[in-house]
Design a protein. Structure first.
Length: 256
């Protein structure tokens, strides 16, 4: 089974009943699992799973940043008497950013294959899908930069992360940035990406870029999930009604 497969008839729990006069729960369950409503729900679940891989990696990256705001966690790391701790922090930040960028690329590729496989005959939905991508991601500087950064780590190296501390009245905010000059040495940026990096004042606020993109990706994935549910609403409603009938019969037979 591939990463975009939606089972038409997954194996269900084998349920047996006694008495020739009772309906066959096994056959009933098989019929439910082969229904268009079951398949529609599976399609929506696939959208959620594709998005979850990316959003889960983003959450881990942001969780590290959140922990740094706790002085009990961050003070030992920034103690100049222990430089190794800070190096380990940057290595972890780079590892997590790598996972985010890889998952970003995977999400885009899997979702495209998913649409091609299951909705190529629905031109209306295909057009809506393309329009939604254009409105959220096309010409969006953060999306363009992260897409380019994914290619950068593939063909060059992991970007060299830096920690950045901003001190306020009785507080300190800590985040990660990427120095712009080493990034601009790479020839693989397109003109738009290069201009955006150059306009960031020497450092790229990478955590903010990831957060902004992740919010747009989450908005898009929710739209796609809801749009699939709307397309198959009649089938899903019929499936859920029959599931309720099935569960009542199951409880009657087995005394639930």
């Amino acid at each position: 089974m591939t990463d975009t497969d939606v089972p038409a008839e997954p194996a269900g729990e084998q349920i047996t009943t006694e008495g020739a006069g009772r309906p066959s729960l096994v056959d009933w369950q098989r019929r439910l699992n082969a229904s268009s409503g079951y398949r529609a729900i599976a399609l929506g679940d696939r959208v959620k799973r594709i998005g979850y891989v990316f959003q889960g990696n983003v959450a881990q990256y942001k969780s590290l940043v959140a922990r740094l705001q706790d002085p009990e966690f961050s003070n030992p790391i920034f103690d100049i008497r222990n430089p190794g701790a800070h190096d380990e922090l940057l290595s972890e930040a780079e590892r997590l950013l790598h996972n985010v960028l890889t998952a970003l690329s995977t999400r885009v590729d899997q979702q495209r294959r998913f649409m091609e496989k299951h909705f190529q005959d629905d031109q209306v939905l295909v057009d809506e899908y393309g329009g939604k991508i254009a409105s959220l991601f096309k010409s969006n500087p953060h999306a363009e930069f992260l897409k380019g950064l994914r290619n950068y780590i593939t063909h060059t190296q992991l970007p060299v992360a830096q920690s950045n501390q901003t001190f306020g009245h009785g507080s300190c905010e800590i985040t990660f940035t990427l120095p712009g000059e080493p990034l601009l040495e790479w020839k693989g940026w397109n003109g738009t990406q290069r201009a955006w990096i150059a306009g960031q004042g020497g450092v790229v606020a990478i955590v903010d870029a990831v957060d902004i993109y992740a919010r747009k990706a989450g908005e898009f994935d929710k739209w796609l999930f809801d749009r699939i549910a709307l397309k198959y609403k009649t089938d899903i409603d019929a499936y859920l009604r029959e599931c309720a009938d099935f569960n009542r019969e199951y409880d009657r037979v087995f005394g639930g």
